[in-house]
Design a protein around this ligand. Sequence first.
Ligand code: ASP
Length: 456
Amino acid sequence: MKVVKFGGTSVADAKQILKVVEIVTSDSTRRIVVVSAPGKRHPKDIKVTDLLIALANAVVAGKPFEGDLAAVVERYAEIQRELNLDAGIVAEIETDLRRRIQSRSDNDAQFMDTMKAAGEDNCAKLVAQVFVRRGSPARYADPREAGMLLSEDFGNAQVLPESYDHLATLRDTKEIVVFPGFFGYTLKGQVATFPRGGSDITGSILAAAVKANVYENFTDVDSVYAIDPRIIPDCPAIAILTYRELRELSYAGFGVFHDEAVIPAVQAKVPICIKNTNRPEAPGTLVVPQRKYRHGEVTGIASAGGFSSIYLSKYMMNREVGFGRRLLQILEQEQLSFEHAPSGIDNMSVILRSAALTPEKESQILHRIRQELRADDVTIEHGLALIMIVGEGMRYAVGMAAKACTALAYGGINIEMMNQGSSEISIMFGVKEADRKAAVEALARALLTVPAKPTC
Ligand code: ASP
């Protein structure tokens, strides 16, 4: 049996939804269908989730919101009209949105999740109706009844372990199950969402729970590419990669698959196949626990901007027991998670996502580091990009870092930071954001080899 997830562009309008129905019904093992909220129909369009966020913000700010509400309803109404569905479904969607608005408590984060979840929830109800109308028995699955339980971290929730046993029973459903992605319920019965793009996580959890043979993730590209095609347009497609490779690449900006979605599939050893709704015949990219690789082969190079580095120095830091812990404790107390913390004898850097660092937090941290750690010097640098070179074949291969550094040196790019994880399947560089594209191009020229034949 297969669990199949369709992203926002795959359910963006009536034409796309018909492709979904065609793909699912063409293979009787595609039993559980996870949907995102309708996404962009064209590059300038707005995703339903973003429309819902605008609506929620208007409600919270006490501003008029009827226009925002109508914009959301219209996205579904357009699909209803084009597919000639029962008009009642649009009225139900509007009632649902108004009920959510009415349910607002003083917890804004929780309210925001209740509103965001409406995108997927209503889309799943609508898609289930399309299946039925086209003669395929299908039913919408309510995540509350199905037992998708999440932690109370609104907007950033994690699945609770007991969910897997609850969700396993979906395996026995006779009809096609249409399950909304992106959200679940806390133990107190409140709606909570995963981070943005989190429908991938829902699909992975369901695939693990029902012990699917494969988790198919349908999106709008033919495969995962070795490099972001916006940087190098004709870069090679990756036919096969391991979970670890995908996770490391997704972490550093490979937008095709959510990095947190890899974990449930890994634990249950369910292979992931990334495919294109617009070209389902294309082979796609297969993600597996292990694969054959060539010694020294680089699978992909990912890059992401939006990082900041706190740099501090203190003479004899290496002799001060507990220094690193106290530094990280300051970040913990300020509710900041860090990405990397390379250190030297008398200095240490901590890399964080810039989005989390408000100007107030920044000055508070600098003040506390100076006061509490008595650092000689503390500075924050913004505008950093991380570049991740990833490949199972890099393990035990001598000279990978040398080749990468040489390529960057010849490209005239200054390396701000460098880190090779103990797994040895990745090397990470920090460079100035302005150098990101040139750095990726230089590394691609020096390191990328032709990939293996498609096998997905
Ligand atoms: N609709 C949500 C978002 O735009 C979740 C998803 O599409 O996976 O982030």
